[in-house]
Design a protein around this ligand. Structure first.
Ligand code: IVH
Length: 684
């Protein structure tokens, strides 16, 4: 290491005062960082590298070594930080300074003309437009302060998103420090993180080889990658990012177009694919051109975006609650290709649902090679009159997995498709219930993909939240015969886990601790965790609130189940089927023995039936208890909380400062209005 430093041109100072040496090193670090930044920009943004990969790696290595030895000069935005870290992080939620709006979509040229007419009417003149491609990835907001990347946040719900700064830092085309000095001190820039086709294909290939679920399309892959816990993994995924929108109080120009050109100079990858025009014909031509040329782009686009160029005009037009009035997107129709259907195979999902999947003669469609397509179910196959050997139309629409939309031609050798009668995984005879489109394998506790799926669901965050066990660990435990169902998790011993070789004492103990901790997960979530078909989180809550313990739920007759609000025929039958199965009864019994919360806690238990069948609305503020406490009391005494007053409401529990409209409505509908103390008296 010392030798390396001596190689630097500044080394004569090395033998002088210490502070001098340090300054020198600092200078060297800064020079290396600047050089690497410049090469990054040339390579990742301009695609015009000036040095070889080897030379680049050598520069990077020198910088890494210096930074390791002189941590006092650390900088989170150093080019070395692009490799990411192994730290696992929960993403912090960050509120957007300005909401991340979406764009109004159009699908026809007429709608586009109507947009232009609205804009012209609003402004009094036909403005200049910028027309861009609509990149199909995950939108991102980047904030820069004094030229340094401060924060990167996903769109989230538009109002707030996840702080993914550490992951974003690994994307080489995103500058961590800006060039020049014409950028605003503080600004936000928005763009689209995407995964180029070549990277996507490579990623899916390795995933398939490792028996992992491939991503449906590059957009999902990009969005999924941004949310990965380890930025070091993100760094390997080859994401890229186009920037298309600057949000600043002091933008460097009066127009969107000029600002983007400036942003390109600061180091951002601002795409070349845009035009500036005030002629609708140009816009139409841009659309037709790109509808053809998009096939050859190395990334996905799903339309084009038209934006009014002048910021003054944008401001004059304003926005609706959801989208700006000064911009619109035109979406391309899904691309179609023809290819041959070679065979059909059948996949068994975690709930036992059988999905037929078409194996196609590989065909290049919308940027990726398509080899498989979902066929949904037997009816779909019949509807399309699909036969093995047919020439078929394949379409890729938005986020969906490619699908076969029709038969172009039955070929000479086309063979009818015989839907399977037995499970391809366990050989059990399939069932198809009246009114259901899918076939199911009923062998829910012994069919391998179903067992796997059930256990993974059981440990998942919203269910038992046993995060010390990952999905791969479940696979391993199943393979090694340590578990056969979810109840077996509670029998696991640390020694058995350590004996598997892959685990150290500490991680084995963590697994046991995680399993133990799950015993305090509340009753409704345990019901959800059982994985009863059609019983999602909300239904699980409803069932848990209607039945005080799992035995009551298990014993419930059809009529009792459908008498519960929100519980219909399908769920009722599914609950009955679940508890009829001896293997499920055994699992539930064991879970009960291990001490899982399979009954209501003491304060959830009903206290009386004084409000049985009554509907109450709470409004205003109260003195003796909080609103939530009153809500709970209502439930504990058999009543039901409803949010708005109607003719069916029995009581309006009125506090201070309640809305006058609720009061008026209650009076006009003759709903009984009661005060806090009257309510408490009722329950006495
Ligand atoms: S401008 C207020 N420009 O489309 C306008 N958006 O539906 C901000 N998108 O969430 C968006 N390419 O993720 C803009 N050239 C482009 C775009 C683009 C793709 C995405 C973006 C946005 C969504 C709007």
């Amino acid at each position: 290491m010392f030798v390396e430093i001596c190689d630097f041109p500044e080394t004569p100072y090395l033998y002088q005062s210490k502070s001098f040496i340090m300054n020198d090193i600092q200078k060297r670090i800064e020079t290396l960082r600047a050089e690497l930044r410049a090469h990054n920009y040339k390579y990742y943004v301009l695609a015009q590298p000036e040095i070889t990969d080897f030379e680049y790696d050598m520069l990077m290595k020198s910088l890494q070594e210096l930074e390791e030895n002189y941590p006092q000069y650390d900088d989170p935005n150093s080019p070395t930080k692009r490799v990411g870290s192994d730290l696992s992080l929960e993403f912090k939620q960050v509120k957007h300074r300005f909401p991340m709006l979406s764009l109004a979509n159009t699908y026809s040229r007429e709608e586009l003309e109507a947009f232009a007419a609205r804009v012209k009417k609003g402004l009094g003149v036909q403005p200049e437009y910028v027309v861009e491609l609509k990149y199909d990835g995950a939108s991102i907001s980047l904030t820069y302060e004094n030229g340094q990347l401060l924060r990167a946040v996903t769109r989230g719900d538009g109002t707030q998103g996840d702080d993914v700064t550490n992951n974003i830092r690994t994307i080489r085309s995103i500058p961590l420090q800006l060039s020049g000095n014409s950028y605003p001190d503080f600004f936000e820039i928005r763009g689209e993180v995407f995964m180029p086709h070549a990277v996507f294909e490579r990623l899916n290939k390795t995933r398939t080889e490792k028996n992992e679920q491939p991503f449906a399309n590059p957009r999902n892959a990009a969005a999924g990658t941004l949310k990965m816990q380890k930025s070091s993994e993100v760094a390997k995924r080859g994401l890229d990012c186009f920037l298309y929108f600057v949000v600043a109080d002091d933008a460097p120009a009066d127009t969107h177009y000029e600002t983007l050109l400036q942003a390109r100079k600061w180091g951002f990858k601002v795409p070349e694919y845009m035009i500036k025009t005030d002629k609708l014909d140009d816009i139409h031509r841009f659309i037709s051109d790109w509808d053809l040329k998009r096939k050859y782009l190395p990334f996905d686009i799903d339309g084009i975006v038209v934006k009014v160029n002048s910021y003054d005009n944008q401001e004059a037009l304003g926005m609706t609650a959801k989208s700006p009035r000064w911009a619109i997107s035109y979406k391309f129709k899904a691309e179609q290709m023809q290819t041959y259907l070679n065979s059909v195979e059948y996949q068994v999902g975690r709930t036992g649902a059988i999905t037929p999947v078409a194996n196609l003669e590989p065909v290049f469609l919308a940027g990726t090679t398509v080899k498989r397509a979902s066929l949904h179910n037997e009816d779909q196959i019949k509807l399309l009159d699909l036969r093995i050997g047919d020439l078929v139309f394949v379409e890729k629409g938005g986020e969906i997995i490619p699908k076969i939309v029709g038969v172009a031609e039955h070929t000479e050798n086309s063979q009818p498709i015989q839907f399977i009668t037995h499970c391809p995984e366990c050989g059990t005879e399939l069932v198809r219930k009246a009114g259901e489109a899918k076939h199911f394998c009923p062998n829910e506790n012994a069919c391998p993909p179903q067992i796997r799926g059930k256990i993974k669901h059981f440990i998942s965050r919203k269910a038992m939240n046993i995060d010390s066990i990952g999905e791969e660990t479940v696979d391993l435990f199943l393979r090694e015969g340590l578990i056969k169902n979810m109840a077996d998790l509670y029998d696991l011993k640390a020694e058995q886990i350590i004996a598997l070789d892959r685990f150290r004492q500490k991680s084995a103990e963590n697994i046991i601790i995680g399993v133990e901790a799950s015993k305090s997960v509340p009753y409704p979530r345990v019901i959800y965790a059982l994985g009863i078909r059609y019983v999602g989180e909300t239904n699980a809550k409803t069932l848990a609130s209607a039945f005080n313990d799992v035995y009551k739920l298990a014993a419930a007759k059809y009529d009792e189940l459908i008498a519960v609000d929100e519980i219909g025929e399908t769920i009722a039958n599914s609950v009955i089927d679940y508890f009829n199965l001896p293997s499920n009864q055994e699992i539930v019994e064991r879970l009960m023995q291990y001490g899982l919360q399979l009954k209501k806690s003491a304060d959830e238990m009903p206290k009386s039936n004084k409000l049985e069948g009554k509907k109450l609305v709470i409004s205003g503020t109260f003195e003796k208890h909080s609103r939530d406490e009153y809500k709970k009391m209502i439930e504990q005494h058999g009543g039901k909380n409803v949010s708005s007053v109607s003719a069916k409401t029995d009581y309006l529990l009125a506090g201070d400062n309640m809305g006058p409209s609720k009061l008026e409505k209650a009076e006009s509908l003759n709903v009984k209005i009661i005060s806090e103390s009257e309510f408490l008296d009722m329950l006495e």
